[in-house]
Design a protein. Sequence first.
Length: 245
Amino acid sequence: MAQAKKKPAAKKKKTAAKPKKLPLWRRILRWAGRGLGAVAAFFVLLVFIFAFLRPPTTPYIIAEGLRHGGIDRQWVRMRDVAPVMGRSVVAAEDANFCLHWGFDIPAIRDALEDGAGRGASTLTQQTVKNVFLWQGRSWPRKAMEALLTPVVELVWTKRRIVEVYLNVAEFDTGVFGVQAAAQHYFGVDARDLTATQAARLAAVLPNPKERSASRPTTALQRRANAIADGAETIRRDGRADCFED
């Protein structure tokens, strides 16, 4: 009698190994990294957009509008601003604006040697802060400012940086931009500002809520005179060439 053939033993199916679950702290770091990357990409996108389009508003302008129930702001193109206004603000805030790529290393070195009482922010850094970030001296804000500044210098022209700065800077409580400021203080358009008026507007920028371009104190007038001299100096020596036609 023939022996029954033995059936081959069924092969055991291999079960796929379950992926090892990452520890909680590593998952948190991964999601935090993705979040930071998304935020960085968002700001870089805004930098490219604002190279061509005017920023509709800024975080600080929104905050001031809510605080005071509205603001006075009018955008004006750089070609419609008196050239002396651009020179005045550069002379006041960053005389070597055309010579650096966003950070004035000698000024930073001098500020570190002199202590915290002296600032070294360039016009580009101030533009980044005014357009994209919030006010104050917190380390997160300074870190973001340091990251965005070279991107702005790479994407925007120097003329564009000055144009945007002049249109978002605060010149009095609730008064933003050089056009609104020229009308507010002197009753003229930005294109008609004189050298004296431009210097006074530039002189109020560090503390616009407590200074007046139309009613300057003796100290403010001295500051404005120095700015007017500086504006003429950078015109003569070529340090204004990068943002003028």
